[in-house]
Design a protein around this ligand. Structure first.
Ligand code: ATP
Ligand code: MG
Length: 199
C-alpha cells in the first residue's frame, strides 16, 4: 500500500528553516506541547496536495503560510513543502507514469514519488504557487489526477482535522451526502461536468 514516507518543510508556518520529518509504515504519533507545530505538519501535507482553500490550512490567505520570520531578497519570501510517498510495484500510478514517459519501461520506475509545492510571495503581497512531481513542473489538475490513481483525495477525509467529527455530526443530511459523494469519487465527475458546461 502507498504511504507517506517523508515530509520536508521549508519556511512553512512555524518551521523557520528546513525540516524533514520521516514517517514509518503503520502508525506514527507526533507529540509535543500546545502550539509547537504538530497540526502545521498536517497543514503542510494538505498544502502540498493542493488543497483549494487556505482556510483548510488555518490561514486567512496563502501568503500567511510562509514563516513570518523569513526575509528573502527585496522583501519577497517563499515556502515549500515536499511529500514523498513510497509506492510498491504494480501500484496504479507506476503504469500511468510509464505511459506518460512513453517508454513503458517499468524498470525505470522509482518506488519513491515526490510532490512539491512552492509558494512565492512578493513584497507587495502578490503570490504564485507551483507544483512539481518528481521535480518536474506539473499543474494542479495533473497532480490531482495522479493522486486520484492512488486514491488520495485532498478534500476527501484521508485527513480528519480537529473539529471535523463534530462538524459531521451536526451537519444536515444534504451536506453529509456531499461528503459521501466526495469519498466515493462521484463529486470529481460532478465537478468535471460543471467545468465542461462552463467552457
Ligand atoms: P495544539 O496542541 O494546540 O493543537 P499544535 O502543536 O497543533 O498545537 P500548531 O497549530 O501546529 O500547534 O501550531 C501553531 C503555531 O504555529 C502557533 O504558535 C502559530 O503562531 C504558529 N504559526 C502559524 N503560522 C505561522 C507563520 N506563518 N509563521 C510563524 N509561525 C506560525
Ligand atoms: Mg493541533
Amino acid at each position: 500500500m502507498v504511504y507517506v514516507k517523508r515530509i520536508e518543510l521549508s519556511h512553512f508556518k512555524s518551521f523557520g528553516g528546513t525540516t524533514a520529518i520521516p514517517f514509518l509504515p503503520g502508525f506514527t504519533v507526533v507529540s509535543g506541547p500546545n502550539g509547537s507545530g504538530k497540526s502545521n505538519i498536517l497543514d503542510a501535507l494538505l498544502f502540498c496536495l493542493g488543497l483549494a482553500t487556505s482556510k483548510g490550512m488555518r490561514a486567512e490567505r496563502l501568503p500567511d503560510l510562509v514563516n513570518n520570520t523569513f526575509k528573502g531578497k527585496r522583501g519577497s519570501s517563499e515556502a515549500s513543502v515536499s511529500v514523498t510517498f513510497e509506492l510498491h510495484d504494480g501500484e496504479a500510478l507506476s503504469e500511468q507514469e510509464s505511459n506518460n514517459n512513453g517508454n513503458g519501461n517499468a524498470a525505470n520506475i522509482s518506488k519513491e514519488w515526490t510532490v512539491t509545492r512552492r509558494l512565492k510571495v512578493t513584497k507587495g503581497g502578490n503570490y504564485s504557487s507551483n507544483y512539481y512531481i518528481n521535480g518536474e513542473p506539473a499543474t494542479v489538475a495533473e497532480l490531482h489526477e495522479q493522486l486520484n490513481e492512488l486514491r488520495i483525495y485532498p478534500e476527501g477525509y484521508n485527513i480528519v482535522l480537529q473539529g471535523d467529527v463534530t462538524r459531521i455530526i451536526t451537519m444536515n443530511s444534504k451536506e453529509r451526502r456531499e461528503i459521501i459523494d466526495e469519498l466515493a469519487g462521484v463529486a470529481e465527475f460532478d465537478r468535471k461536468i460543471v467545468k465542461t458546461k462552463e467552457t
